[in-house]
Design a protein around this ligand. Structure first.
Ligand SMILES: Cc1cc2nc3c(=O)[nH]c(=O)nc-3n(C[C@H](O)[C@H](O)[C@H](O)COP(=O)(O)O)c2cc1C
Length: 360
């Protein structure tokens, strides 16, 4: 699979997730098998560019190619400027967000709210494509609501505007994250376009990935919540798609090591104080469903220093390793309630529950 000149290692995409797909997480997912990892969205509002958050989101030091940055906004000129800004800071692919259902984004007519204004969609896509010399991709939902599903029209506009790849989440904006994603619209879009199509929504396992690829005919799959705390899902999917066989669950010692490296990367990236706080939700996701993890998470959320956090993680994984060689998660049902949340949890708590739990 290729986006512009970028030949991808495989067709497995990490979905952009605000508050989750920061540089440390993207690097980890790529190391563990993902072909592309799209950044958290960057607001096109130039007034925000000086903020620490935006500067951090534009930091790609050491990131493995291709570097894909998502931008969000509703003004064509500002979106073009934002695309240029990010290309100047290392973006090799610009992704446009027309899928975010969050009120704080839709109230500014950005994200999935744009799907209600097809003329504006065309103007934004053209402005961004013309603004930058790198490939521009579009991530969108199937429509604003079930009565106004317009994914096919948006696809046509995208083709005419010079978009190079589509990722489609099989839900409308009105669906939020409820119910199950549908793949019929993704299949229709794939049949109707020459553009590469990446299917997204509720893909939680290697078997899901194969089913969605076969059913929709899509060129790739994009995984969001199922990768939270399980960045190795990409190598599991890649192996299954290549061989038809499931990898055994990873060794406890390996994931202990992966998590410790992830924590150090977060402390380095955010600084120690913020890093410890950001790390909590990741630790929660890694350990959810493992034996005795509820009390561990409860205790861990009160620890304030890197040293305490690392020591607690070490102790927990040593204990897990004494019980089994490989990770063993409890059944989906017993994992469906989780205190972990990402950025914007107040918007829609369900959005932040791992998809594997939602599917239960
Ligand atoms: C915490 C969280 C943050 C998200 N942030 C973004 C975002 O910044 N941009 C975007 O296009 N989609 C965002 N999404 C939507 C995901 O990219 C993806 O489309 C959605 O979660 C469905 O895929 P999944 O079922 O594999 O999780 C977010 C989702 C979650 C759960």
């Amino acid at each position: 699979m290729q986006i512009g000149n970028h030949v991808l290692r495989n067709n497995l995409f990490v979905a952009p997730m605000a508050g989750v797909t920061d540089r440390p997480f993207r690097q980890l997912c790529k190391r563990l098998g993902a072909g592309v990892a799209v950044s958290e969205m960057v607001a096109s509002n130039s007034l925000l560019w000086g903020s620490e958050k935006t500067r951090r989101r534009a930091n790609h030091e050491g990131e493995v190619d291709p570097i894909s940055v998502q931008i969000a906004g509703a003004d064509p000129q500002m979106m073009g400027d934002a695309a240029r800004f990010n290309v100047d800071h290392g973006a090799q692919i610009i992704d446009i967000n027309m899928g975010c259902p969050a009120k704080k984004v839709c109230n500014t007519h950005a994200g999935s709210a744009l799907l209600r204004d097809e003329v504006l969609v065309g103007r934004i896509l053209e402005a961004v494509v013309q603004a930058v010399p790198v490939p521009v991709t579009l991530k969108f939902r199937t429509g604003w609501d079930k009565e106004s599903r317009n994914a096919l029209t948006i696809t046509r506009i995208a083709e005419q505007s010079g978009i190079r790849l589509l990722s489609l989440h099989g839900r409308t904006r009105a669906c939020g994250y409820s119910g199950h994603a549908e793949y019929d619209t993704i299949r229709e879009v794939k049949r109707a376009t020459h553009l590469p199509v990446v299917a997204n929504g509720d893909i939680c396992s290697p078997q899901d990935a194969r089913h969605v690829l076969q059913y929709t005919g899509a060129d790739g799959v994009m995984i969001g919540r199922a990768a939270q705390g399980r960045p190795w899902i990409f190598r599991e999917i890649a192996h299954f798609l290549d061989t038809g066989e499931e990898l055994p669950p990873p060794l406890v010692t390996e994931i202990h090591q992966v998590l410790v490296e992830h924590l150090h990367a977060l402390y380095d990236f955010y600084g120690r104080d913020t890093g410890v706080r950001i790390a909590r939700k990741h630790i929660s996701w890694y350990t959810k469903g493992l034996a005795n993890s509820a009390s561990f998470r409860h205790m861990m959320n009160r620890l304030e220093s890197c040293e305490q956090q690392l020591a607690a993680v070490d102790a927990f994984f040593l204990q897990v390793g004494q019980q089994a060689l490989r990770l063993q998660y409890a059944s989906e049902d017993s994992t469906s309630k989780d205190g972990a949340s990402g950025e914007g949890a107040s918007e829609d708590a369900l959005a932040h529950a791992p998809a594997r739990a939602l599917a239960a």
